[in-house]
Write a protein that binds this ligand. Structure first.
Ligand code: URA
Length: 285
């Protein structure tokens, strides 16, 4: 296939799959790895489409130097402004998403993600709770305050990192009931492409998966957290550290458990080649 035809061909393939999914009794099937591969192309696809876009659209991405490889794909690091635009475009789609009709009708608003589009670290949680649903920002409730404390102890501001969830909608709970419900596997799979796009745009150096739901949503792995945490995995080539969800630490105030999360975060700092002070080494959350 000639490079000039690639964006149109990809667009046509995606439109056909969408149409089959919406109109046909025989829904297209694809393995998780095939979907991941397609979603990895998404940022590339946007780059290629921009090359064919009117100059006004291209101008938005000025600031990134353009060194193209043989396929015509931009090798240069995308500019922060370009990332902001791309995230805003995904966020606009998420804000009107109705793929899970039950969540679309129960949510106050979608909760996309927050932070630095150029972040080195991306923290990924489970799903918005009541506070996040009300405020439209992830991790703003009690668990979020603890996450912010962890981020600060690492030497970052909340604005330095990027925070998102597997689900962009609060899982619905029966009227009048309290608490949260865990996302279903189907809901996670439905929402996953949005997160893939976020990761593809931000390109963090490290991903931190907070809790078992985040691990399942990202890696498809189900196992007890005590077996998963503190280990490096790879998510499409990006190092991924698994640690406990801050809500677990709120339920279990044992200093031992807090220390485990802190040790996981020190591994993250090491990986990013950030200096760790003596005070940080001895820190208990
Ligand atoms: N828990 C999560 O996993 N995400 C949030 O945004 C808030 C609480």
């Amino acid at each position: 296939m000639r490079v000039m035809q690639f964006p149109q061909a990809l667009e046509t393939a995606l439109q056909t799959l969408e149409r089959m999914r919406n109109e046909s009794a025989h829904r297209p099937c694809a393995s998780r790895s095939a979907l991941d591969a397609l979603n990895q192309i998404a940022p590339v696809r946007e780059n290629l489409l921009e090359d064919h876009a009117p100059s006004a659209t291209r101008k938005q991405n000025e600031g990134a130097s353009s060194s193209k490889n043989d396929l015509g794909v931009d090798n240069a690091a995308p500019s922060k402004a370009g990332k902001i635009d791309k995230l805003a475009a995904v966020q606009a789609r998420v804000s009107v998403c109705t793929k899970c009709p039950n969540l679309a009708s129960s949510r106050t608003q979608t909760v996309f993600g927050v932070g630095n589009p150029d972040a080195e670290i991306m923290f990924i949680g489970e799903a918005p709770g009541a506070d996040e649903d009300a405020q439209g920002e992830p991790f703003v409730g009690r668990a979020g305050q603890l996450l912010t404390k962890i981020i600060k102890a690492m030497g970052f501001a909340r604005e330095d990192v990027y925070i998102a969830n597997i689900l962009k909608c609060r899982p619905d709970v029966p009227a009048g009931s309290f608490g949260n419900r865990a996302p279903t596997t189907r809901e996670m799979q439905t929402c996953r492409p949005y997160l893939m796009e976020q990761i593809g745009i931000i390109r963090p150096k490290v991903i931190v998966a907070l809790g078992a739901v985040a691990v399942e949503g990202l890696l498809g792995t189900r196992a007890p957290m005590r077996d998963l945490r503190g280990r490096w995995d790879l998510f499409n080539g990006t190092p991924l550290m698994v640690t406990y969800h801050p809500a677990y630490l709120l339920r279990n105030q044992s200093p031992l458990e807090k220390r485990k999360v802190w040790e996981d975060m020190m591994q993250v700092l090491d990986r990013l080649e950030k200096p760790i002070s003596e005070k940080q080494r001895n820190y208990f959350l």
